[in-house]
Design a protein around this ligand. Sequence first.
Ligand SMILES: C[S@@+](CC[C@H](N)C(=O)[O-])C[C@H]1O[C@@H](n2cnc3c(N)ncnc32)[C@H](O)[C@@H]1O
Length: 211
Amino acid sequence: MSGSFYSKFIFPYLCELTMSGKSLSTFRLDTLQETSGQVLEIGFGTGLNLPHYPDSVYEIDAVDVNPQMHHLAQKRIANSKIIVTNYVLSGEQLPMDDASYDYVTCTFTLCSIPDVKQALSEINRVLKPGGVFVFLEHGLSDVKSVQTWQHRLNPLQKRIGDGCHLNRKIDDLVQDSSFVLTSLNRFQLPSVPRFLGHCYQGIATKSQSKV
Ligand SMILES: C[S@@+](CC[C@H](N)C(=O)[O-])C[C@H]1O[C@@H](n2cnc3c(N)ncnc32)[C@H](O)[C@@H]1O
């Protein structure tokens, strides 16, 4: 749906409205606290993570495929001490050199990238040796009855959420992309329907065996 009227003029505002809640802020802060140095954020959206990075982060390259998201993020960028460079492009094909970043971060975005395996491979490529991928994502529940609804509602969610899938198993996707998962926390977001609020919060390091 990228480039459609909905993507340009409705979804960015819907995203800002639904993703800017207080409880999500707590999880964002908790997820990003470990980051430092040179950071790449995939799916920067309206910049909701920006106030939650620690002082040890001084520069962020912000990738998002939707230009209107970058537009809405400008006020947050202006109010931040962090130097942010916007890139309007897909996480599936990054122009950055190999081994450029200490950290790559991603929140509530792996659900939406069409070729998510390709994006994870790119994230792996641009991380420095020993670099860290930090993520907070929603995805497939481990409760069978919830999974059934996630599969059923997926086509509808893809339309409402501008390509968002309800049923991706995020930990498997990360581990299948030459990452070593060093930490994983799975939990249900409070006050969010179970089909939508099953979260994966994790830290993964670039596997040394990747060629
Ligand atoms: C639900 S929003 C989350 C935004 C932000 N990460 C947050 O936590 O508030 C998903 C974001 O992923 C972006 N996105 C979708 N497909 C993408 C792709 N292929 N490459 C980069 N960003 C993408 C969307 O434009 C949108 O900004």
